[in-house]
Design a protein around this ligand. Structure first.
Ligand code: ADP
Length: 185
């Protein structure tokens, strides 16, 4: 199964992505985790992307694609993926569709985890105390939510138009959301 999880920061993509991937027996590929690993390992790519991560801005597409696309294509060949955090804009989705078309690696379903903004702010602020993430500060949390609204939210319509979208109300417990995801798959 090839799946994309779409949702704002704090919508639970990471938690649900891990559960779902384990259940489906495919890798959970989180673009943010891949980028943070580059920063942590002090690679050249990590040096180039650190500032974007710290400020909550999108990493330039060229750098993101270089890192994420080979991992996704390999997973698609090996039986599927749960992809979390990519694509993050319509431009990324269009470019990814071009890359995936040749190999049939594109998503079979896109699950949108819908959470009201006030709940997102509360969750992210609470998580900030323990996450250790450089982008979990009040200012950057606000900026990440803005970037989501401007850049990523349009993907909901993009995938709806293509008949791939399933929306799940994710302002509920982890178990309830996991059940709701299973029900729409
Ligand atoms: P969250 O969804 O909580 O913001 P992520 O781990 O998905 O957390 O993303 C963290 C940061 O990584 C983003 O703010 C952005 O800087 C970068 N990032 C992740 N995925 C992408 C992507 N597909 N394109 C550009 N930047 C990305």
């Amino acid at each position: 199964m090839r799946l994309i999880l779409l949702g704002a920061p704090g919508s639970g993509k990471g938690t649900q992505g891990q559960r779902l991937a384990a259940r489906l027996g495919v890798p959970h590929i989180a673009s943010g985790d891949l980028l943070r690993a580059e920063v942590r390992d002090r690679t050249e790519l990590g040096r180039l992307v650190a500032g974007y991560l710290d400020s909550g801005q999108l990493v330039p597409d060229e750098l993101t694609f270089k890192l994420v696309v080979p991992v996704v294509l390999a997973a698609a060949r090996a039986g599927g993926y749960v992809l979390d955090g990519f694509p993050r804009s319509v431009a990324q989705a269009v470019q990814a569709e071009e890359v995936a078309a040749e190999s049939g690696a594109g998503p079979e379903r896109v699950i949108f985890l819908a959470v009201p903004e006030a709940v997102l702010v509360k969750r992210l602020s609470e998580r900030a105390a323990t996450s250790g993430r450089s982008d979990d500060t009040p200012k950057v949390i606000t900026d990440r939510l803005r970037v989501f609204e401007a850049e990523t939210r349009p993907l909901v319509e993009h995938y709806r138009t293509r008949g791939l979208l399933r929306e799940v109300a994710a302002d509920r417990s982890t178990d309830e959301v996991a059940e709701a995801i299973s029900a729409v798959l």
